[in-house]
Every structure is written in C-alpha cells, then in structure tokens.
Design a protein around this ligand. Structure first.
Ligand SMILES: N[C@@H](CCC(=O)N[C@@H](CS)C(=O)NCC(=O)O)C(=O)O
Length: 229
C-alpha cells in the first residue's frame, strides 16, 4: 500500500494520474497547504522541502522497509520503475521520456507557477513579472505544440512525461494564452482528458475555494526562517 500526501494542484494531480493509470492501491492524506499542513513535523520527515506531493511505499520492490519519496518527478520515476509501466526499459526510449520529464520539472512547472503567481494571486500587479513569466510559459507551450505536431504523445507511447506535463497545460487562460493557437497541444490534451484514469484522478480533487487572506499569508510569506532547525 502507498500513502500519498496530496493536495489538488497540478503537482498533486500528476501523482493521482500515475497511481490510477498504474492500478496501484493507495491512501490519500490531504495536505491542506493553505492551512499549513506542509509544516507538520510528521510530514516534514518525508518531505523536508515542505511541499507536497510525497509518497510512502510500504511494500517496496526490494522487500525492505518503507521508502519515502518527495519531488513529483522523482515520485513518477519511482512508480514507473516499481510497476515497469509508462517508462521504457531501453536506454533510448527511457531517456526520451526523462528529457521531457525534466523539461516539465525544470521549465514548464516553475515558469507557469510563477506566471500563476504574478498574474492571478499577487495583489500587487507588477507588469514586468507578469509579462516575463506569461511570455516564457507561452514559449514553452509553443515548444510542446511543435513537439506534438508529428506524434501522438510527448515521448513514444503515453508515459510519465505526459502525466507530468498535462496538468500544467490546463490553466492556459492564467497566462493570457488561447489553447486554439496550439492545435497539436489541444488535440493531445483532449486525448489525455478522456482517459478513464485521468477522469478518476481529477474526480478526487474536490472543490477548490478562492484563496483567503490567511491562506495567502501561509503560502506567500515563507522565507529562510520558515525552515526550523
Ligand atoms: N518541485 C516540487 C514542487 C512542489 C510544489 O511546489 N508543491 C506546492 C503545491 S503545487 C506546495 O506544496 N506548496 C506548499 C507551500 O507553498 O508551502 C514537485 O514537483 O514536487
């Protein structure tokens, strides 16, 4: 059994998609990041970066003690290796997937995340920051659209790279983009959205309420002093 520490954000959705696709049994533990659950000592033991998602696998492949993993890219790789699914074994196929997984982790996720911050959440409207991150997210959408122009999925068959990227392409209005300008990306989104495992994963999200002032403080007031020795 796997414990999944989760909150319904793009990084959380990646893991419920993967667990549903792989047919692995799991228990969800909600980490309400607006209320500060990510700072609870028990959670920090497995996720020292005070960010969800994280997992604990109580039945790892080597038969040893439980393995905990934080960072959504590492979790996806772990689950793919555990099940032998959605990550090719051969070096070429494997690294096609890994390149695009890292592209999401180091590029699309952080850039779209900052764009969301400055364009949606920040009270102070800072045109330079708003444009900088929205434009860079638009460039990354362009790269993905081009990549998908001559193939069905991002890297070979449907893989953990698609699972990582998909949730970060949905909120395109936040970046002032029009999905119709990215027809190959739109076609790919529609294919993934229709997968039963993806439908089940998003059904777990529940209702997202607008951010309160208290939640804003918890999420956007962090600095070095947040990390207790
Ligand atoms: N690189 C990390 C990012 C995780 C992340 O940023 N999680 C956010 C929600 S999407 C979070 O837990 N935020 C809590 C906070 O900001 O305190 C991953 O991919 O797992």
């Amino acid at each position: 059994m796997i414990d999944l520490h989760y909150w319904p954000t793009p990084n959380g959705h990646k893991i419920t998609i993967a667990l549903e696709e792989m047919g692995l049994p799991y228990t969800i533990h909600r980490v309400d990041i607006g209320k500060g659950d990510q700072f609870k000592l028990e959670f920090l033991k497995i996720a020292p970066n005070n960010r969800m998602p994280a997992i604990v696998d109580h039945a790892p492949a080597d038969g040893g003690t439980a393995i905990d993993v934080f960072e959504s890219g590492a979790i996806l790789q772990y689950l793919a290796e555990k099940t032998g699914k959605f990550l090719p074994q051969d070096v070429r196929g494997r690294f096609e997937v890994m390149k695009w997984l890292f592209w999401q982790m180091g590029g699309l996720g952080p850039m779209a995340g900052q764009s969301n911050h400055f364009n949606v959440y920040a009270k102070e409207k800072l045109p330079y920051a708003m444009e900088r991150y929205a434009k860079e997210t638009g460039r990354l959408f362009g790269v993905l659209n081009k990549r998908l122009s001559d193939r069905r999925f991002v890297a070979g068959d449907y893989s953990i790279a698609d699972m990582a990227i998909y949730p970060w392409t949905l909120a395109w209005t936040n970046h002032g983009l029009d999905i119709n300008d990215f027809p190959h990306l739109k076609r790919w989104q529609d294919v993934i959205a229709a997968r039963p495992a993806v439908v089940r994963a998003y059904a777990l999200a529940g209702e997202r309420k607008p951010m309160t002032e208290e939640e804003r403080k918890v999420l956007f007031g962090q600095d070095a002093s947040t990390v207790k020795p």
